[in-house]
Design a protein around this ligand. Structure first.
Ligand code: NI
Length: 193
């Protein structure tokens, strides 16, 4: 009884702010077409407003995370950077984009320092809490604040960790996970370039 109570208290303490809930729509239409993605309105790391139209004509590689992330985001962005290097000149047709799920701390200035450290062509996106929530929802990305007891950061974000690949027309092509080696990412991306 005591243990069960403790478990409930702990669970409540950890997930203390839920900022996004899983979308309840299917990820694939009855036609077989994926429903991932769609219009979005955000601000890039130079403070310039951008939409999905800003990336048309490029293969968009999207990853959602936050700059305070201690390990998952840096590991994934390093892998992505490695994949981009493997593409050589062809990589210029790829737009690697890091979307913040922590807009309260990830200002354009913070994002600029962060993304350009991983790759010169990487673009950071942020926006209002509502803009970020809408874009994350379109990509089935969920995230929530988790109270942090280990480091100086007040909170961390628990978030979906998937790399989405969107075609030149903005439509979903495929995705990568933490288990996809950079070499395989590069080979897959090459097919779309
Ligand atoms: Ni992360």
């Amino acid at each position: 009884m005591l243990l069960a109570t403790l478990a409930i208290i702990t669970a409540t303490a950890i997930a203390f702010v839920v900022t996004a809930t899983p979308p309840d729509r299917p990820m694939v239409r009855t036609t077989g077409e994926a429903t991932v993605g769609g219009p979005f309105s955000m601000v890039d790391h130079n403070g310039v407003p951008v939409t999905e139209e800003s990336f048309k004509g490029k293969v968009l590689v999207l990853y959602f995370g936050f700059t305070y992330c201690p390990d998952v985001c840096p590991t994934q962005l390093l892998a992505l950077s490695d994949a981009l290097e493997r593409l050589g000149d062809k990589g210029s047709d790829v737009a690697p984009v890091f979307v913040s799920v922590d807009p309260e701390r990830d200002t354009p200035e913070v994002l600029k320092d962060y993304v350009t450290n991983f790759h010169p062509s990487m673009v950071g996106l942020t926006g209002s809490v509502e803009q970020v929530a809408a874009m994350a929802d379109a990509f089935y990305v969920t995230y929530y604040k988790v109270k942090n007891v280990d480091t100086a950061a007040e909170y961390l974000m628990d978030h979906t960790s998937i790399v989405y690949v969107m075609g030149r027309d903005g439509k979903y092509l495929t995705h990568f996970t933490h288990a996809t080696p950079p070499k395989q990412m590069a080979e897959t991306l090459k097919q779309f370039l």
